[in-house]
Design a binder for this molecule. Structure first.
Ligand code: ADP
Ligand code: ZN
Ligand code: ZN
Length: 825
């Protein structure tokens, strides 16, 4: 239960001449994108960035001052109720950042500010309802009666509790019951959940010698004196926690007695909740950078703006980041390193800790609210000058920011999907660096197409690392070799009579690896499963003629014989035979990890096989356990999904088999080729990372598909050229921006009607404005048309500035707006 703080209501007054005004963003739960103006009562010191309480309708709510407002045209402006915190919580740059996010992602301004606040800062308004001492006669309406019975039985309760028990209850209804004298309603704020934690401690007030002397006197009178024991303990330890004192046998009366005789005092101390407490870092001196790394470092340092560090896997990018951090700290500035959540492993943290233990902290989703709260304040006070964290760490309140790095910048986990704001950490970082003058480095072996395009047109600088480094067992490093990649055409396998999941070359390679005590990965591309149709004879995939994405089986059609495009809704009957080569082997496909595991057991008897997929990985600590088992050599063959692609660095891992490289290619999303290329490159990068040569087998029915050929040749450039041409033709990013609007409703007809209404309204608004863009596509059923009983329909907007059209259109709260969506599925 939260205990509310109650406030009275301030009536609106006409402001006196000379009154100061400020703009306040209010935590109202309404999707406001602009602040409200309030007057500042005489004598109240208020500055931008400060948290306040303000009257809002009948309630008092939390707010944040974002600007001084010189004058106001409003007749009656209400005054700020009180100051929540004497010191500002946000600086100017973060206020500007939040405003930018709100405009960029069409998100409520409060939600954007909340991203920058310490975790648990937001205090929700709660409505409290209490019974009255002498109620009038019971009202006649059953709902009224239910409410009154509930509060009579439970006393003072929150409105939420009433709603949970009796169903929907409106504020109007409560208001009427209050006027009729049945109950009283009050507004308040729930206590914020993030706050510092304090611990009671006990300390000596005398010199240790005096304490020891007194302890000896006490012990002389009573050999078992608890007070003597405590004094002796304190003489050796300057102060101890109350818990420890209790463990020594101290009762409150012992402590009071020692306090009154002047030997000790009790005090409160803030406890630092430290997510790195269980780490022990041994300091390691930096290695000498290779010539290529040194040149990259200099190139980045000479660029005050944004640099793309394009370096193949294992080329030493992290080592370059570490040097950049050293430079930044030496200049007296702070640094933020973002890594994908899944890559934020103890091994990764250790690399930063070994170099910068004193000033390092981490931010990620597994931290407790308390840990996040304390670390936020440590950063704000300037005690932690290096933050390593996932997506949301971009909001760390680093004073004097000098550097932001996004490692694996192409990762789509940098995009927040829910809740609002649906931001991309790369774009937020870019804006933050523009506001603060910090340097931004985007690192990847397989850059996002949009990022690479920016480096091509010169918006950002590009620096490359082309050599793979292979650390040897004795701590040296030599030039490493990339794994040898074989593309296996599964049509050849079929023709040769092999109907199994594993091709003959892959099977031979794994058998050899197992025999030599080396390890293999069988990678299963599970996204999408069996919704795609493919010709096993010629590799034909049905494409939408309008969108250039593959069409998939319509799960809504009862007999699953319709193909549908999830971008534009175009559909057609699934042909019996391949439209291209007329073969009968034109069927849905896709296998799961369990089937692959089972077939691997049959194909490789005696090998130790483990499976790693989302079922297994949900167990806490399972990732660490799996990595340990691999490191100890307890696993020969690992079967798993895309999660495997990240971060595994195992000396004995020599063979990687991609079981079904095509699955990702056929996803109905314009990112499909890019994601497939990135995934294949990352997975292939797991093999042969040390002195042993690695071998990768990519099994496919489309051996000539661009992403597959490019991943096999370890070349980004040809892939980029082909894909960017496609994007240009079809009008996808970076040539346009997309906005995805998704509407949810339990009733299918209503969902479709509303989606169609909005699509139409958007078209009309565009045409009346005399514009030719954006394109409005849809409505179509979402790729997953029904989630938790709700039907989902989507409308896509595509144009150079598609959000502009949405400024004037009001969408209800069942609409979800995603600007620059990372996925259209
Ligand atoms: P990336 O981040 O590009 O994948 P890393 O920075 O992890 O590459 O480097 C790959 C391996 O090479 C790591 O084990 C790292 O410790 C080692 N390494 C990188 N640079 C050097 C160097 N200059 N001297 C010695 N070892 C290095
Ligand atoms: Zn289409
Ligand atoms: Zn065919």
């Amino acid at each position: 239960m939260t205990s509310p703080t109650l406030f009275g209501n301030d009536p609106a007054e006409a402001p006196a001449p000379g009154t100061r005004f400020v703009d306040v963003v209010v935590n109202s739960g309404q999707p406001a994108r602009t602040p409200f103006t309030y007057s500042v009562p005489d004598g109240m010191a208020v500055a931008p960035g400060q948290a306040v309480f303000v009257p809002f309708g009948p309630r008092i709510l939390q707010g944040l001052v974002v600007a001084e407002a010189e004058t106001t045209s409003l007749q009656a402006v209400r005054p700020i109720a009180s100051i929540a915190d004497p010191d500002p919580v946000l600086d100017g740059a973060h206020i500007e950042l939040a405003k930018w996010m709100s405009a960029e992602y069409l998100a409520p301004l409060w939600d954007c500010l909340a991203c920058c606040l310490p975790s648990g800062y937001g205090q929700k308004a709660v409505t409290m309802v209490s019974p009255v001492d002498i109620p009038p006669l019971l009202p006649i309406y059953p709902k009224d009666q239910k409410i009154l019975r509930f509060i009579a039985a439970n006393g003072r309760v929150t409105l939420d509790a009433i709603r949970e028990s009796v169903g929907p209850v409106s504020l109007t209804l409560l208001d009427r019951l209050q006027r009729e004298g049945h109950l009283t309603v009050a507004q308040g704020l729930a206590r914020s959940s993030g706050r510092p934690r304090f611990e009671r401690r006990v300390g000596l007030t005398t010199e240790p010698a005096a304490a020891i002397a007194h302890a000896e006197t006490l012990a002389g009178r009573n050999a078992k004196s608890v007070e003597a024991r405590i004094l002796l303990h304190l003489a050796a330890n300057p102060d101890i926690s109350l818990t420890e004192a209790r463990e020594l046998g101290a009762t409150p009366s012992h402590l009071r007695h020692l306090e009154s005789t002047g030997y000790l005092h009790q005090f409160e101390q803030q406890l630092e909740r430290d997510p790195l407490a269980h780490y022990e870092f041994t300091h390691r001196a930096p290695p000498n950078l290779s010539a290529e790394q040194g040149a990259a470092l200099q190139a980045i340092l000479s660029n005050p703006g944004t640099t793309l560090l394009h370096g193949i896997t294992g080329s030493g990018k992290t080592e370059v980041y570490l040097e950049l951090v050293r430079h930044t700290l030496a200049e007296g500035k702070g640094a933020i390193i973002l890594v994908p959540e899944i890559a934020l492993t103890p091994q990764a943290i250790r690399r930063y800790g070994e170099r910068f233990a004193d000033t390092l902290t981490v931010f990620h989703s597994q931290l407790s609210m308390g840990e996040l709260f304390d670390q936020w304040h440590r950063v704000e006070r300037g005690e932690a000058r290096l933050v390593v964290g996932s997506r949301s760490a971009v909001f760390a309140p680093m004073p004097n920011l000098g550097l932001v790095v996004l490692d694996e910048e192409h990762e789509w986990s940098y995009k927040q999907v829910d809740p609002q704001p649906r931001y991309h950490a790369r774009d937020v970082a870019q804006q933050l660096c523009t506001l603060t003058g910090a340097r931004l480095v985007l690192g990847s072996a397989t850059p996002d197409l949009v990022t690479y395009h920016r480096s091509e047109v010169g918006t950002i600088k590009r620096v490359e690392l082309a050599q793979r480094l292979a650390p040897t067992a004795d701590g040296e490093v030599r030039e490493g070799s990339l794994p040898a990649v074989t593309v296996v055409d599964m049509r050849d396998e079929l023709r040769a009579g092999n109907r199994k999941i594993f091709s003959r070359p892959l099977r031979r390679a794994i058998n050899t690896a197992v025999r030599q005590g080396e390890q293999s990965i069988l990678f299963v591309n599970r996204r999408g499963s069996a919704r795609f149709v493919l010709c096993r004879e010629c590799g034909y995939l049905p494409l939408c003629p309008a969108c250039e994405v593959s069409m998939s089986l319509d799960v809504q059609s009862p007999v699953s014989t319709m193909l549908v495009c999830h971008h534009c809704g175009r559909s057609r009957r699934l042909e019996d035979r391949c439209p291209k080569c007329d073969s009968g082997k034109y069927r849905p496909f896709g296998v799961g990890t369990q089937r692959v595991e089972q077939e691997a057991r049959e194909a490789f008897p005696g090998a130790r096989i483990a499976r790693w997929d989302s079922d297994v990985s949900r167990q806490k600590g399972s990732h660490e356990r799996m990595v340990q088992a691999l490191e100890r050599g307890e696993i020969d063959i690992l079967v798993g999904t895309q999660m495997l692609a990240k971060g595994l660095d195992l000396p004995q891992m020599t063979v990687v088999g991609v079981v079904d490289a095509d699955v990702g290619l056929s996803l109905p999303d314009f990112h499909a080729h890019e994601r497939t290329y990135q995934l294949l490159s990352q997975v292939a990068g797991r093999a042969g990372r040390r002195e042993k040569q690695g071998y990768v087998y990519i099994q496919t029915y489309e051996s000539t598909a661009g992403p597959i050929v490019a991943a096999a040749s370890h070349e980004y450039r040809p892939f980029y050229e082909e894909e960017i041409a496609h994007r240009r033709r079809a009008g996808y990013p970076p040539f346009n921006r997309l906005v995805r609007l998704v509407y949810r409703n339990g009733k299918k007809d209503q969902a479709l009607d509303e989606a169609a209404r909005v699509a139409n309204e958007l078209r009309v608004a565009r045409d009346t404005a005399g514009r030719s863009e954006p394109d409005i596509l849809g409505p179509t059923a979402a790729y997953i048309p029904r989630i938790r009983g709700e039907w989902r329909y989507q409308v896509l907007m595509r144009g150079r500035a598609p959000t502009r059209l949405l400024e004037s259109i009001r969408l209800g709260d069942r609409w979800q707006v995603d600007v620059d969506p990372a996925s259209l599925l």
